[in-house]
Design a protein around this ligand. Sequence first.
Ligand SMILES: Cc1cc2nc3c(=O)[nH]c(=O)nc-3n(C[C@H](O)[C@H](O)[C@H](O)COP(=O)(O)OP(=O)(O)OC[C@H]3O[C@@H](n4cnc5c(N)ncnc54)[C@H](O)[C@@H]3O)c2cc1C
Length: 384
Amino acid sequence: MEYPTKRSYDVIIAGAGPAGSTLGYELARMGISVLILEKERLPRYKPCAGGITVKAANMLGLDISAVTRSVVHGARVTYRKNKAFTKWYDQPLIYTVMRDEFDHLLVRRSQEAGATVIDNEAVCRIETTADAVRVMTTKNALQAQILVGADGARSTVAGHAGLMQKTYLGMGLEAETSVAGEKLVQWDSLMGLDLGHIRGGYGWVFPKKDHLSVGAGGPLRQVRRLRSGYRAVLKSYDLGSGSVSRMRSHYLPVRRKGMAIQSKRCLLLGDAAGLVDPLTGEGIHNAIKSAQIAAPIIDQCLRANILDLRDYQDAVDRELMPELRAARAFARLFTWFPRLCFTLVERNDRLWRACCRLLRGEETYVTIKRRLDPLEGLFDLLTV
Ligand SMILES: Cc1cc2nc3c(=O)[nH]c(=O)nc-3n(C[C@H](O)[C@H](O)[C@H](O)COP(=O)(O)OP(=O)(O)OC[C@H]3O[C@@H](n4cnc5c(N)ncnc54)[C@H](O)[C@@H]3O)c2cc1C
């Protein structure tokens, strides 16, 4: 990658994950000069189950079949090893990917649209002045009108800009697991969800064509149980004999409404803004969505030469937070009554189909909650 001589951009984005690359693509298409800085060498490995829900994939406006490992149509759900059911849906629920391949596809799209991408260079420090933001990297001093933190759960930009100070964090542990061919075939089109081992969390098995991604996640207070939760998943699905590689853990940040995700010349996207779903741990959908919300607002600010990014935070509060708030209520129910949740979905096909429509974006937490009327008010108490 040839290093550009240009030192000043309209927008610099820290991080080339789904949030940063989507924003880079959207801004470049609008003719805005944009630089994406990524601290790792690309393509980079990322600990992730790699589940792209249909609702997330639909938002991209991009064919991801070249990087899709498996198309999931059903789930094998277990509760503490001794209870299990398998249910199918007649349409795709989730596409599984390896994140290095998926994220790199998005990076290439942003480059094709005109974004400049520099890898192996991290944002270290920022200084905001009256007319610009100075961005000090591991190699250079650069300058932009606006700096975007799309740099993940432990965002350097958020830290330096004094944003997202009290994030509620969860954590996920993930490993790539190779198993014998006949075991792999059993998981074709099927994901595993293992309940009851981690309070407020769950374990998973996602098929990746030539191997399985196996992991466990939950609230940070359960972090000591993640390893045993992970081993329980292997046991529940009889995968203990598989060979395990790349076992890593990573934070899952969750924002509360009102937490600052913008200041005069900075804004945060995706994980940096704490937009992970508190029930499922899904973060890619909101990483993409937050980028798509930010792009026209940044464009407007640059055109009008009036830097006021509050519209971005307002739009996130309006468009994303009601859904995350409702998800938090469901997450509470799940934390307190995991066995009941298991039994309800096992016995009630309408509920199973509602969960499937949720993954497909044809239903939202808010619409499901509304249908629980007259219990809706009670539900609202769970989000306090
Ligand atoms: C174990 C686990 C499993 C998960 N499974 C799923 C799943 O199946 N489906 C789903 O939707 N979500 C899942 N998630 C959540 C998902 O991984 C994140 O929500 C998603 O990656 C957020 O995208 P992002 O672009 O905001 O951040 P990231 O994808 O984290 O990208 C941030 C980028 O910024 C770079 N960076 C960091 N610091 C700097 C810096 N100072 N300068 C420059 N670059 C920097 C990083 O190297 C990284 O490439 C999972 C998370 C975990 C931990």
